[in-house]
Design a binder for this molecule. Structure first.
Ligand code: 5GP
Length: 191
């Protein structure tokens, strides 16, 4: 069993609405060893895709995305949830994303400066539920003319529709930990 799966079993807490809380090692306090332990899985799966950039969304995606970008030796870019005054409105790509955990929709942005039509982009995020965040990031990539070459997820809740939605849209989805069920507060994995 991978380090991440073991940590999910030992420290993950199931909350109402099929929310898994992993604040002690991934979402609030971050254990670099756990992230380091899955970075190689992403690298092995996507290493022949010619990746030039890793894209995530703030804030929980940043830590795993940075570690993966370091391994691929490419920059990591994250979509921002608030538009800083330093990015002019005509200089950004923008898309609407619904937040699973907050149940609100908001626009996220990236500066046009950092995505080029020749980029081959790997999306990395901490969780996959309904696929909103990943689909929004893929939309930002499409606006730039770049290519989404894959979507890497740390913890996929496979009983929710995110993977199916992304695969139907043609994306290659790879997850390091796939949860089959959170029923009765019990965490069950695939395999
Ligand atoms: P999606 O956009 O696929 O519906 O949901 C993924 C996003 O919502 C992730 O970026 C993550 O921050 C958050 N999320 C979804 N489900 C969970 C969960 O069970 N636990 C935590 N901690 N975050 C989640």
């Amino acid at each position: 069993m991978s380090n991440l799966k073991q940590m999910v079993l030992d420290y993950g807490k199931v909350y109402p609405g099929n929310v898994l809380k992993v604040d002690s090692f991934l979402n609030h306090q971050i254990d670099p060893h756990v992230i380091k332990s899955i970075e190689n899985d992403f690298y092995q799966y996507f290493k022949n895709k010619g990746i030039t950039k890793v894209l995530t969304i703030e804030s929980s995606g940043i830590a795993p995305a940075l570690m993966v970008a370091y391994r691929f030796d490419v920059p990591m870019l994250f979509a921002k949830k608030a538009l800083p005054s330093t990015i002019k409105s005509e200089d950004k790509y923008e898309t609407l994303v619904h937040s699973y955990t907050k149940n609100t929709s908001s626009n996220v942005f990236i500066s046009k400066e950092y995505l080029d039509k020749d980029d081959k982009v790997l999306i990395i995020d901490d969780f996959l539920a309904n696929g909103e965040a990943a689909a929004g990031l893929a939309d930002l990539i499409e606006q730039s003319g770049a290519e989404t070459v894959g979507i890497g997820i740390c913890i996929e809740k496979s009983f929710q529709p995110g993977r199916e939605r992304l695969e139907k849209a043609g994306y290659d989805v790879y997850s390091t930990c796939r949860i089959k069920s959170l029923g009765d507060g019990k965490i069950e994995f695939y395999e």
